[in-house]
Design a protein around this ligand. Structure first.
Ligand SMILES: C[S@@+](CC[C@H](N)C(=O)[O-])C[C@H]1O[C@@H](n2cnc3c(N)ncnc32)[C@H](O)[C@@H]1O
Length: 325
């Protein structure tokens, strides 16, 4: 081992503080807090978190970790106050207006605490999230998260059809920047897209692949349609809807009798549907089966798959192709 003389060694911490004070606090203190928390050294972790938060009070992910620590050590009231502080940071970032804040706050609180969720993510939350994300969506999802819901969907639709797809009238629900649209364009006679986020629609427009693009809420949009489609797609979109009964019923009304609704959702092992701390819903296969049946749809294909990575691990998902009963 190299000999180490602490008295004569240059003080690298002081040098780092001089050239990059934010880096010193952000990286070293936060890393220490997380490491101590992971190793169960809660008293020391708490001290490191408090030091970090005093300097950077508006980092919601850190506040959420700290709230968890407080909960684990029995300080429920303080934990809730810190969690609400984190949620307010998130609401500011999303640009929520005053009258929208209570709804979004209770949704995020339910996600963090596993409480009974609303039927869907609030539209203002979804639009705010994806408007901010739109410019970097394709690169982040494809390169960092290995996003593959569009490919999974394309393969499922082709395999269920058992023939080459062509000349389809296609509606892309939650079309985003058009990653699924790009795959389905060659087999579409007509391709329409709808999305809540104006920023995502702006990106999709530049790809020049859609016949019609609409900014709006998808269930409300389906209710206004007077035309029928051969294929309605939703790649990684129903994760923002808990109760799928309205979208299944509205899709059935907008499908030709030979048409298909094809979608991916994240998988739940427990019955029904649940809202996760990720702010996304997961669904049980029996829930999909029963809700589709009630809407006049039968599953023609339901396979377990994965659609992207989360914290380096594949997200367990369902891919489903349903047709009129
Ligand atoms: C993860 S992105 C997927 C985008 C695209 N389908 C793809 O595969 O790249 C989810 C998209 O669904 C949209 N979305 C979620 N809920 C929606 C709703 N209720 N109405 C319309 N769009 C919605 C979001 O705005 C976002 O663009």
């Amino acid at each position: 081992m190299l000999p180490l003389d602490r008295r004569s060694a240059p003080n690298w911490r002081a040098a780092l503080a001089e050239i990059a004070p934010a880096c010193q606090t952000q990286h070293v203190t936060l890393h220490a807090a997380n490491l101590l928390l992971a190793r169960g050294r809660l008293t020391e972790a708490e001290a490191a978190f408090r030091e970090f938060i005093a300097r950077f009070p508006d980092q919601d992910a850190v506040l959420i970790s700290f709230a968890d620590l407080l909960r684990r050590t029995g300080r429920e009231t303080e934990a809730e106050a810190v969690l609400r502080q984190a949620i307010h940071v998130e609401l500011d970032r999303l640009g929520c207006a005053d009258d929208e804040r209570p709804l979004v706050e209770s949704y995020i609180f339910a996600a963090e605490r596993g409480q009974a969720p609303p039927a869907a993510s609030p539209p203002v939350f979804v639009a705010g999230l994806f408007d901010r994300f739109a410019g970097s969506f394709d690169a982040t999802l494809r390169e960092r998260l290995q996003y593959r819901a569009p490919e999974v969907l394309f393969e499922a639709v082709t395999s269920e059809a058992g023939r080459e797809l062509r000349d389809l009238d296609v509606l892309d629900l939650g079309c985003g920047t058009g990653l699924a649209g790009e795959l389905f364009r060659p087999v579409a006679r007509r391709l329409d897209g709808i999305d809540l986020s104006a920023g995502m629609i702006e990106q999709a427009t530049t790809k020049n692949i859609y016949d019609r693009l609409v900014t709006g809420e998808l269930v409300a949009f389906l209710a206004t349609l007077d035309q029928a489609y051969d294929l309605i797609l939703a790649a990684d979109v129903f994760v923002y809807l808990g109760d799928l009964a309205p979208v299944f019923a509205a899709s059935r009304r907008s499908l030709r009798d030979t048409g298909r609704l094809a979608f991916t959702v994240e998988l739940s092992d427990s019955p029904g549907y649940h809202l996760q701390p990720t702010r996304r819903f997961v669904h049980h296969r029996d829930y999909l089966h029963e809700t589709a049946r009630s809407a006049g749809l039968d599953e023609r294909l339901l396979d377990e798959t994965w659609t992207r990575l989360q914290e380096g691990r594949p997200v367990r998902s369902w891919v489903c192709v349903a047709g009129a009963s």
